[in-house]
Ligand binder design. Structure first.
Ligand code: FES
Length: 521
């Protein structure tokens, strides 16, 4: 005691002397995100009655591979649900709707919330920028420290502070190494460019994990939280991302091998659904069913075929819930964007471009949304307009967003769409507007970005020149003195992989605030 049992993906169970706590359990047999994502390896051999008999369930954020309504619905009424307090109401409201009569408690960032009367507690550590509503959990159970990072990209300073708060010792640190986002895999890149971007994504993710672990030196570091696999016909072609040599997402086995090689004095391990570790003795118990599983490329095809066949009825039921939209689709689309465009002048001005939506299926069409200085206009796409972003998806998925059954971010993460941008530059505010879609959350981002303190500065050397730059990344506050790589006249922030030109300060791969850089004599 205490024991940590891995439930697959980012899910863990913590069994202490006085409580059974789950963090981010994802068990739904329908997967998540419109049935596009499935747990990999599968975890449906775990007994839900035993797993879900919990005193506490902590859910870090609203992505459906972490916030699983299937799980929430099956919890005992006594289970108390813990979520981070974010600037907007979206997650709180969504969880309250799923929770029924169960108590939902919001935890303040860095505030210790007691789990028993023996000194155990939990806290949440949100990403610095309110643009991303992701948070890590720091749990101290029977005196043992567990840092469960899930999808949160903590800065080095946050990770060090977490260790200090846990008594200067982390017994277990679990970190996401697969970074399953829609870039680059949903973009229309030529094959060679896709391969290059995928490799760069893998490496930057692993480097970010390496950096955090180097800063905190936990007793045991564990790559976890993905990747998922794809079982439905519309998205099954995406399983190439699981390739151990050249996929975009690193599985825990590949991640562990890479990280062991690059930080050899650190203790690393990875766990499959049902594996458990006793944090007092270090004893590991392997799950006999999961022990049969292999991440190897040669074994994947048959495994996924059987998995897809088993889940086919559940998937068919999910898809049947999303009928084709009616003839008013365009009108509802236009009203939706008129509403979004009115939520924040700041976001609209930062987006400042035309986004084309190509909606396939009945009552679809090509529609342009222009984010201008004075407002948003929506029109049927004209031949003379050159959009900067193009998003292609089916009308039935768009309909689910317009009716509020699904958030934009759920659709993006479902990968049931394709994207193109010209120039090939990430627009953080476009994605931010779509994913938050409420005024308080957007206001919090504006205040964060316009109130940044750049008084603390550092000097970096590159190719024989010296540059004076702010210590903290203008995107989301990473400490660039430890969380960045300098080469070829650029500084690459490891938190979200933005690259800045040291001579001009310009952000080269995203439409983000520039670095205020100055070349020193
Ligand atoms: S903090 Fe996001 S790229 Fe630097």
């Amino acid at each position: 005691m205490p024991t940590v049992t891995f439930l697959g993906h980012a899910g863990v169970a913590v069994d202490a002397q006085a409580f059974h706590l789950l963090a981010d359990p994802w068990l739904a047999p329908t997967g998540a995100f419109l049935g596009a994502w499935h747990q990999y390896p599968r975890n449906d051999h775990l007994n839900p009655d035993a797993v879900l008999d919990a005193d506490w369930v902590a859910v870090s954020h609203e992505h459906l591979d972490h916030f699983d309504p299937w799980v929430i619905d099956r919890l005992p009424v006594r289970t108390r649900i813990l979520i981070p307090r974010y600037p907007g109401p979206a997650f709180r409201e969504r969880m309250a709707a799923a929770a029924g009569g169960r108590q939902v408690i919001e935890i303040e960032p860095w505030g210790k919330y007691p789990l028993d009367n023996r000194g155990s507690w939990i806290t949440v550590i949100p990403e610095l920028s309110p643009m991303c509503h992701d948070a890590a959990f720091l749990i101290v159970a029977d005196g043992r420290g567990i840092l469960h990072c899930n999808d949160a990209r903590l800065t080095a300073a946050q990770a060090r502070r977490a260790k200090h708060l846990a008594g200067d010792r982390l017994d277990l640190m679990a970190l996401q190494t697969s970074g399953a986002s829609w870039h680059p895999i949903c973009y229309e890149y030529p094959a060679a460019e896709m391969a290059e971007l995928s490799l760069s994504k893998r490496i930057s993710k692993l480097r970010a994990v390496q950096r955090l672990v180097r800063q905190t030196e936990p007793e045991l570091a564990v790559p976890f939280a993905g990747p998922p696999c794809f079982l439905d016909a519309e998205v099954e072609h995406l399983n190439w991302v699981l390739g151990q040599e050249d996929g975009a997402f690193c599985d825990p086995e590949v991640s562990t091998a890479w990280l062991r090689e690059h930080l050899p004095r650190q203790r690393w391990d990875h766990f499959l659904p049902g594996d458990a570790i006793d944090l007092d003795t270090g004893e590991i118990t392997r799950d006999p069913v999961s022990a049969e599983f292999s991440f190897a490329d040669a074994d994947r095809g048959d495994y996924l075929k059987r998995y897809a066949a088993d889940r086919a009825p559940a998937l068919a039921a999910v898809l049947a819930e999303y009928p084709e939209p009616g003839p008013d689709l365009f009108d509802r689309f236009a009203a939706h964007f008129a509403h979004l465009g009115g939520l924040s002048d700041y976001f609209r001005r930062r987006i400042a471009m035309t986004v084309r939506f190509e909606i396939t299926g009945p009552n679809g069409g090509a529609w342009d949304v222009d984010f201008g200085e004075d407002g948003v206009t929506v029109a049927v796409a004209g031949p003379d307009v050159r959009p900067h972003y193009r998003i292609t998806t089916a009308g039935r998925w768009l309909d689910a967003v317009l009716t509020g059954r699904m958030a934009w971010e759920d659709l993006l993460i479902s990968f049931r769409l394709s994207l193109y941008r010209d120039p090939d530059v990430y627009n953080d505010h476009l994605v931010g507007l779509l994913k938050h879609a409420n005024a308080p959350a957007l206001q919090a981002v504006e205040e964060y970005e316009t109130g940044r303190d750049e008084s603390e500065r550092i000097t970096v050397d590159c190719d024989g020149a010296r540059y004076d730059i702010p210590r903290y990344c203008p995107h989301a506050g990473e400490d660039l003195s430890v969380g960045a790589v300098v080469r070829d006249g650029r500084i690459h922030c490891l938190a979200h992989n933005f690259a800045f030109d040291l001579a001009t300060g310009e952000c080269l791969n995203a439409r983000a605030a520039n670095l205020t850089s100055r070349k020193l004599p």
